[in-house]
Design a protein around this ligand. Structure first.
Ligand code: ADP
Length: 166
């Protein structure tokens, strides 16, 4: 049986923390689908198309990754892809509370789909897309937090010059 895992999220933008989870998922599952959620309640910095492009470039070295987007319920999307696993990353206790609630809710919606949590690698425990955006806004160094092509896009968005280029 082929095991397909969906890794859903905003990825606004993708960080090295997300990529670490994706790389580890590739070793655990036959296929991993990184699914960008089109969430009308959030005002993202990057469009869904831009985020998909950023993730595709960042994962081109991985053979069993696909990148997609979806609307609506994650479990419905998982079902449409024949996926049995929803993958989420955990960093801090506050993630756990939110994620556990979501996992329980998803289980009530679709009993055959399992949520699997991967603990963040130690070096990315503090890393989130919003922290990266906050630093980029003020021209701080983000090269150790996101892929280089994403860092350049962020500096462009905030009309900042990458540090060291002044
Ligand atoms: P969402 O808006 O759905 O939380 P995110 O793009 O912020 O989307 O995150 C997607 C998933 O990746 C979530 O499960 C989140 O906990 C996880 N994640 C985000 N950053 C990291 C990180 N640095 N290490 C491990 N997991 C992470």
């Amino acid at each position: 049986m082929v095991t397909i895992a969906i890794y859903p999220g905003s990825f606004d933008p993708v960080t090295l923390g997300h990529l670490d989870i994706i790389e580890r998922a590739c070793k655990l599952f036959d296929r991993a689908i990184v699914a960008v959620l089109c969430n009308p309640q959030k005002t993202p910095l990057f469009t869904v198309e831009e985020r998909i492009e950023q993730i595709k470039i960042s994962t081109q070295h991985l053979k069993n990754v696909e990148v997609d987007s979806f609307n609506g319920l994650t479990v419905e999307y998982a079902r449409s892809q024949n996926a049995k696993v929803l993958l989420r990353g955990l960093r801090v206790l506050s993630d756990f509370e939110k994620e556990l609630q979501m996992a329980h809710m998803n289980k009530t919606l679709s009993n055959e789909i399992e949520t699997v949590f991967l603990a963040t690698s130690t070096e990315y425990g503090f890393l989130s897309s919003s922290v990266v955006k906050e630093i980029a806004k003020f021209g701080g160094s983000i090269e150790h937090l996101v892929p280089q092509h994403v860092a350049l896009k962020l500096y462009q968005c905030y009309a900042q010059t990458p540090p060291g280029n002044t």
